[in-house]
Design a protein around this ligand. Structure first.
Ligand SMILES: [Fe+2]
Length: 153
């Protein structure tokens, strides 16, 4: 259940990635205002539901997985979350400025590729590892913790 929720979070995140790719196409087509509007709409998810998802991983799944993998791989994933937040806060600023769009375009490309590779790593390595190695008791506890985080926001 806990992992299903996290996988669902990834499906939603990939939809947001698609929205950012669409914004990038608009930008490249010279439609800067429409691109900025699309980015602002997507930021609602990137700064909202995505934040809850990352907290569920950092304060839930990763703590259990660290017992299996050691701290190193988990620190690397948390580091990727931190890079994401820096990029998203720059995205917030750039979406409110009227520049030539070049910087916004580069940042969108960066966020799209960062999120795709991060999600792929979790889907193909970390989630299967959790399914294989976490005990039913740990998965149950994780489920409860994730629900609590989702409720607190
Ligand atoms: Fe994730």
């Amino acid at each position: 259940m806990a992992l299903e929720l996290l996988k669902e979070g990834h499906r939603k995140a990939l939809q947001a990635v698609g929205d950012l790719e669409h914004a990038l196409e608009l930008l490249r087509g010279g439609q800067a205002a429409r691109a900025a509007a699309a980015v602002k709409a997507t930021l609602v998810f990137l700064e909202g539901e995505q934040r809850v998802h990352f907290r569920q991983e950092e304060e839930g799944l990763f703590l259990y997985l660290a017992k299996v993998t050691g701290e190193g791989p988990i620190q690397a994933m948390v580091g990727e979350h931190d890079s994401y937040w820096k990029a998203v806060s720059t995205l917030r600023v750039l979406s409110q400025e009227s520049g030539d769009g070049a910087e916004l375009g580069r940042l969108l490309e960066h966020i799209v590729s960062m999120l795709k590779s991060h999600i792929e790593k979790e889907d193909t390595a970390y989630f299967p590892l959790a399914e294989e190695r976490l005990s039913p008791q740990h998965l149950k506890e994780l489920d409860e913790e994730m629900e609590l985080i989702a409720r607190l926001g």
